[in-house]
Design a protein around this ligand. Structure first.
Ligand code: FEO
Length: 170
């Protein structure tokens, strides 16, 4: 396999694992700050990011390359508010979208059309993940900042987590 493509996929493997750890840290924060529904949603999202990583690892190994298990940065562990948490989710997903776009560009430049094809799944996934993050922010805005609004918001997040679990994704 082309080494530039393999290196770029290994970088994405690291980014997906770091995404998983960031959402895990966010889920912990929500759990400790009275948002059990949001916590369930983010724990499920952390699992989904791990699945994104494993899918890349399997692909790299299937193509005869070698996926690396890499050292990771410590994720952010504290946020000012639940709004701050979910704004963080959207900006993180926008960053991941740009990483996926760059990875796709490396594949095109190296004429690795098999990998470009494989990455279509990730491109579509980013459309859905950014849309979900925007939906959550809309719900937060509608909820306002009253205790009742926050309670209602968190119940909606619990329902979103349950629906995602039924559908097999977060
Ligand atoms: Fe794997 Fe949410 O990007």
């Amino acid at each position: 396999m082309n080494q530039k493509v393999a290196d770029a996929i290994n970088a994405q493997i690291k980014a997906e694992e770091e995404s998983s750890r960031l959402y895990f840290a966010m889920a912990n924060w929500c759990d400790m700050n009275g948002f059990p529904g949001s916590s369930a949603y983010l724990y499920a999202h952390a699992d989904e990011e791990r699945m994104h990583m494993v899918k890349l690892v399997n692909y790299l190994n299937e193509r005869g390359s070698h996926a690396k298990t890499q050292a990771l940065e410590e994720p952010q562990n504290n946020w000012d508010s639940i709004q701050d948490v979910f704004k963080g989710v959207l900006s993180h997903e926008e960053m991941v979208t740009s990483l996926i776009n760059n990875l796709f560009e490396v594949c095109m430049n190296e004429k690795d059309y098999l990998t470009s094809n494989f990455l279509q799944w990730y491109i579509q996934e980013q459309v859905e993940e950014e849309a979900s993050a925007r939906t959550v922010l809309d719900k937060l805005e509608l909820a306002g900042s009253s205790q009742g609004g926050m309670f209602h918001f968190d119940k909606e997040m619990e329902a979103m987590a349950a629906a995602a679990a039924t559908a097999g994704n977060a």
